[in-house]
Design a protein around this ligand. Structure first.
Ligand SMILES: Cc1cc2nc3c(=O)[nH]c(=O)nc-3n(C[C@H](O)[C@H](O)[C@H](O)COP(=O)(O)OP(=O)(O)OC[C@H]3O[C@@H](n4cnc5c(N)ncnc54)[C@H](O)[C@@H]3O)c2cc1C
Length: 396
């Protein structure tokens, strides 16, 4: 049974993540919001410290649904690397989402590797920074529409195509590229390949200018006869193994994005709470001021998003299929943080809108969390399919 208390063994990790967020990320938050595309060099030292923390705590990178973490308290209640990653991400994103996304070796591609790679591949790619390249000009929400091809030629796959909106694409060491082994076979033929960023067949085309998370680079690539060693296809090369293998990644990464949203939402709520007259938690919302009632309602949304996110991570740690909870968490927390960000700006008036506080920036940063790793609409579609027992062909 899930225990919704924060696991005691993770308290030091949460404390350290909070300290980093408060003392390293927040002080440079505005600087890298203004200096878009400039590399946040302060993060290099921090990344080395985080590597040390992970070694000491037995690893904090999300382990994926296929790799339950170490048990705490025995029985069927494990709090492993998914739980520790989600909790530390919440703290770090209370600091800054864009900077968290820019942290070396903590990319979404790393979670993809953790989810679907073989043990040998996991070992080989350990300690490298991996971005994830799924989206293409004609394949966003519908990832089964991917057109990038991978053709086996001797001991190498040859990749051709275009990838857009790759978070950390400029800075990462590796790019996990989704490509199809056979465009006539639909989604079953889609596999992921680990491509070295230095591969001459992978050309960075441009970097995006964005509404929010400006500290994070977002790159577009062209792959031209990009040759990748056969053993760098992640997981099973057999087409019969199917799309489900690649989709497993999302069960692992959606709770992470939900955790980013939860951390950002908490930051917004704290500023609003400081600005407003005290809220009385012992009296009903309707017996207080309209502003207090609004804040209480936002806090309830935040709490619901936090709990479903913890549940999705806990299920992954316990080897339980969590697609439903992962999408619910992403939908609830993604929409929740956009709402909370904007409504806190409203509640705080000119303080919320001005650049004196970080609230206006957080309201901008929030929107991406309801878009990438599957938009709000796509998460609701997945939840509906899973609850109604419909296939993607039956409900689209
Ligand atoms: C800053 C940023 C960083 C990103 N990072 C990455 C990354 O690292 N790797 C990566 O691969 N991608 C990344 N993306 C891409 C992101 O995952 C896609 O933008 C997202 O999946 C949506 O795809 P799209 O933009 O093509 O929108 P579309 O798929 O064209 O959708 C447009 C709108 O239509 C809605 N819609 C689509 N289909 C349906 C449907 N069936 N039912 C109801 N509504 C529907 C969508 O919800 C959306 O509101 C990033 C994007 C941004 C902006």
């Amino acid at each position: 049974m899930i225990n919704l208390e924060v696991p005691r063994k993770l308290e030091p990790l949460i404390g350290q993540a909070h300290q980093v967020a408060a003392e390293v990320l927040r002080p440079i938050s505005r600087k890298y919001d203004r200096a878009e595309h400039e590399y946040p060099k302060e993060l290099d030292m921090l990344a080395a410290a985080i590597d040390g923390m992970e070694d000491a705590l037995g690893g904090t990178g999300a382990g994926g649904v296929s790799a339950p973490g170490p048990a705490e308290g025995g029985g069927d209640n494990r709090n492993g690397s998914n739980m520790s990653t989600v909790l530390s991400i919440m703290e770090m994103c209370w600091g800054d989402v864009g900077l968290l996304l820019s942290l070396p070796r903590q990319g979404l591609g790393n979670s993809a590797i953790a989810s679907v790679a073989s043990d040998e591949q996991r070992e080989r790619f350990a300690g490298r920074w991996a971005a994830m390249a799924i989206t293409e000009p004609a394949a966003g929400s519908d990832s089964a529409a991917i057109r990038t091809t991978a053709v086996l030629d001797g001991d190498e796959y040859v990749l051709n195509g275009e990838k857009i909106f790759v978070t950390s694409g400029e800075r990462a060491d590796l790019i996990v590229v989704w490509a199809t082994l056979d465009p006539t076979k639909g989604r079953e033929a889609i596999k992921s390949f680990v491509v070295e960023r230095s591969n001459p067949g992978l050309k960075l085309d441009r970097l995006e200018h964005k509404l929010g998370i400006r500290a994070s680079d977002t790159a577009n690539f062209v792959l031209t006869d990009c040759r990748v060693p056969k053993e760098d296809l992640l997981g099973d090369p057999d087409i019969a193994e199917g799309f489900a293998g690649a989709m497993k990644t999302f069960d692992n990464t959606r709770p992470l994005v939900a955790a980013m949203a939860v951390g950002l939402a908490r930051a917004c709520l704290e500023v609003a709470r400081e600005q407003l007259p005290a809220v009385d938690y012992d009296r009903p919302a309707f017996a207080q001021s309209a502003a207090a009632a609004e804040l209480l309602s936002l806090e309830a949304d935040y709490e619901a998003a936090r709990l479903i996110t913890l549940e999705a991570a806990w299920m992954a740690d316990n080897g339980k299929p969590n697609s439903l909870q992962a999408s619910m968490a992403k939908a609830k927390a993604g929409r929740g943080c956009v709402d909370i960000g904007l409504r806190c700006v409203e509640l705080c008036g000119s303080v919320g809108y001005g650049e004196g506080e970080l609230l206006e920036k957080w309201a901008r940063d929030a929107k991406i969390l309801d878009i990438f790793e599957g938009t709000q609409q796509i998460q609701l579609l997945i939840v509906a399919r899973l609850l109604l027992g419909k296939t993607s062909a039956e409900l689209r």
